[in-house]
Design a protein around this ligand. Structure first.
Ligand SMILES: NC(=O)c1ccc[n+]([C@@H]2O[C@H](COP(=O)([O-])OP(=O)(O)OC[C@H]3O[C@@H](n4cnc5c(N)ncnc54)[C@H](O)[C@@H]3O)[C@@H](O)[C@H]2O)c1
Ligand SMILES: [Zn+2]
Length: 358
């Protein structure tokens, strides 16, 4: 018997100019027996109506979960698994994740684990989803207060971005997504970094945003292509996230949730401070980033009484090995250094810097 060996897929994130036509083509190629659309309340309101002209999705079953990172959890996964089972989903069925990062992370995880894995497509409706969450195959849910604690690597069959959807995003969610564009620029080159920091977030030019987004997605894709399972190079994409994820979890614990991108910006303040101390990151770039962050993202309300809790959250980060907290630091813009660690004293100094030093 001759077996056909399937080459490893390399899904490409596409900014579409002809959304419904391209989407129908993708579904046609995948030839599913049933299609399920996963969405949340806002994406359902603003984006689902656009799918009504798709010949494949007109009669698709729609699963709607509550919106927000606090619903990226096992309870939502159970709700979706239950719906799939009760509505006769099979291994040949297809999930369409219509929404931001919460929907692609949760939907991707559910699809990857349902009947040992069904296929899924991400339709990003937020800037953050488009530039980061929907691409690269990291899926998962939060658990016991820790970010993305349960999850698997499992790439989407395709990722389509329709930038028209961004017009209904509020200013905070646009800024949250832009934070990941800045992170990609930081690890890539001085030219991208200066371009990103010069972008006017008070008066968003959506055409310019589309151009910068396309370059930013490519920066991520090129890294993921070389290291899909994050053994080395891909860790560069975690810049700002060791502290950032701790701030995000901490904010949920206090019932004062901050958006992912805001936590990443504040995480970057701390981690660029550590980079300045440890790997000689230029002070002028640190100060420049601080001014930009303060203008668009404001101040993080941490206090010394929160330091121990943030530190405990960081000790639990899945990037750690042994007892060391793992950071991606930078020697300079465009030159990340992965697998760095820092002492508790240095980490607390970086919190001081975030609190009042910048
Ligand atoms: N898997 C990864 O590689 C990766 C990378 C980065 C971030 N993430 C995760 O992504 C999540 C954050 O993503 P997000 O910022 O997209 O969050 P999100 O999915 O919660 O979306 C933000 C808000 O926008 C609403 N929304 C969605 N589309 C809209 C539209 N077109 N118009 C108006 N409102 C709309 C949503 O309902 C939600 O309230 C976090 O859970 C984060 O951990 C994952
Ligand atoms: Zn992120």
């Amino acid at each position: 018997m001759r077996l056909k060996i399937k080459m490893m897929r390399r899904p490409v994130t596409k900014i579409t100019t002809n959304f419904i036509e391209e989407l129908d083509e993708i579904i046609e190629t995948l030839c599913p027996d049933r299609v399920f659309v996963l969405t949340d309340n806002s994406a359902k309101k603003y984006c689902l109506p656009v799918l009504s002209t798709s010949k494949w999705l007109q009669n698709a079953s729609v699963i709607t979960i509550a919106q927000g990172d606090e619903h990226k959890n096992i309870a939502s996964a159970v709700e979706i698994w239950t719906f799939l089972t009760k509505n006769d989903a099979t291994r040949r069925s297809l999930m369409i994740n219509l929404g931001g990062g919460v929907i692609s992370d949760t939907g991707g995880f559910v699809a990857a684990t349902f009947k040992r894995g069904i296929r899924y497509v991400n339709l990003s409706t937020t800037l953050l989803g488009a530039v980061d969450a929907a691409t690269g195959g990291k899926t998962g849910v939060n658990f016991l207060g820790y970010k993305n604690e349960i999850g698997v690597f499992s790439p989407a069959e395709a990722v389509l971005v329709n930038t028209d959807f961004f017009h209904t995003l509020d200013a905070e969610n646009l800024r949250s997504g832009f934070a990941e564009i800045v992170k990609h620029a930081l690890i890539h080159s001085l030219e991208e970094w200066n371009g990103a920091l010069a972008f006017d977030l008070d008066n968003v030019d959506f055409e310019k945003l589309k151009e910068i987004l396309a370059r930013s997605i490519r920066i991520k894709e090129r890294i993921v292509e070389q290291d899909p399972k994050e053994l080395h190079l891909r860790k560069a994409l975690n810049a700002g996230h060791t502290v950032g994820h701790a701030i995000e979890s901490w904010s949920y614990g206090l019932n004062r949730p901050v958006l992912h991108g805001y936590a990443v910006v504040w995480g970057l303040i701390c981690e660029l401070y550590l980079s300045f101390v440890q790997t000689g990151f230029p002070k002028n770039e640190l100060l420049k980033f601080g001014r930009w962050a303060k203008e668009y993202y404001g101040e993080c309300e941490i206090d010394c009484k929160h330091y121990d809790m943030l530190y405990e959250l960081m000790r639990h980060d899945k990037k750690n090995e042994g007892d060391c907290i793992n950071f991606t630091l930078l020697k300079r813009v465009g030159e990340p250094v992965v697998d760095r660690t820092a002492s508790k004293k240095e980490i607390f100094e970086s919190f001081d810097y975030l609190r009042d030093g910048w």
